[in-house]
Design a protein around this ligand. Structure first.
Ligand SMILES: Nc1ncnc2c1ncn2[C@@H]1O[C@H](COP(=O)(O)OP(=O)(O)OP(=O)(O)O)[C@@H](O)[C@H]1O
Length: 249
């Protein structure tokens, strides 16, 4: 079997007496969307932040392909293609969609433009930028200012900027948050297509989106994984229904 794109083995992190992640082992395989669900405070964000390198684990390992990455900085992990979206602090509201994605392309290729408006005649930047914009469903909005985008379009812009990293894996933390029904539907379709480019580890409370998108689901409760399986397996799992889906046992 093909080796997982991302694998996490025995990952633990405590905050004082609280075990935020407790011996978590999971994989992200090529072409899949693997959803991570669990009640509030279960440790989902802490797990994602350990994978990105924002939080150091107490024990365990993280591999991207064969390479052990858990000693690397967040930036070094991003350079290796670990793309975390929906916290893009570098988005420049006064710049257009095209300019923002050009900056992301420049950053990914090691060119430092700072916050200087990029020249839209620079084909080395515009060609890939336009490709990422189209892929993220924003064709026709290249010249809109980021500040004028709708919430859903902003999510799409963040995806276009993440695509500039030529990601090997996406980590998405609650992409559906704050979206109306129409926006959720569009984003669901967009994410569904993205998995072919790079697999997605998806933290999401919107169960409609999770059930529509996930190839596999892992359930985290009090920092520990209680189940991993297909949508059907997770829906049928009595322990999951008790612990998370709020049903009486
Ligand atoms: N930096 C920190 N210091 C102390 N405790 C923390 C820290 N970060 C998270 N925690 C605690 O760790 C536990 C897991 O939090 P985390 O945010 O990872 O959960 P979550 O599953 O993402 O929750 P939600 O679904 O509400 O976003 C919580 O009890 C939280 O209060």
């Amino acid at each position: 079997m093909a080796e997982p794109v991302l694998s996490v083995r025995g990952l633990s992190k405590s905050f004082g007496a609280l075990k935020a992640t407790d011996d978590v082992t999971l994989t992200l395989k090529r072409g899949e969307i693997h959803a991570l669900i669990g009640p509030n405070g279960a440790g989902k964000s802490t797990l994602i932040r350990q994978i990105t390198g924002e939080i150091r684990q107490d024990s365990g390992e993280i591999r991207l392909g064969e390479a052990e990455i858990s000693a690397l900085s967040t930036q070094a992990r991003a350079r290796r293609g670990l793309a975390r979206s929906f916290q893009v602090s570098s988005l420049a509201p006064e710049f257009t969609v095209l300019e923002n994605v050009m900056l992301a392309v420049a950053g990914a290729s090691g060119r430092r433009l700072g916050l200087i408006r990029p020249a839209t005649g620079d084909g080395a930047l515009t060609t890939p930028a336009r490709r990422h914009i189209a892929r993220a469903g924003l064709e026709g909005r290249e010249n809109a200012r980021a500040a004028d985008l709708s919430h859903g379009e902003r999510r799409s812009l963040e995806i276009a900027m993440a695509l500039a990293l030529e990601p090997v894996a996406f980590l998405l933390d609650e992409p559906m948050a704050g979206m109306g029904p129409e926006g959720s539907e569009r984003l669901t379709a967009l994410l569904s297509g993205l998995r072919a480019q790079a697999p997605i580890l998806l933290v999401e409370h919107d169960m409609d989106a999770v059930f529509a998108l996930a190839d596999r689901i892992s359930v985290l409760v009090y920092g520990a994984l209680i189940a991993t399986g297909t949508v059907e397996e997770i829906r049928a799992d009595a322990e999951v229904r008790r612990a998370y889906l709020g049903e009486e046992g």
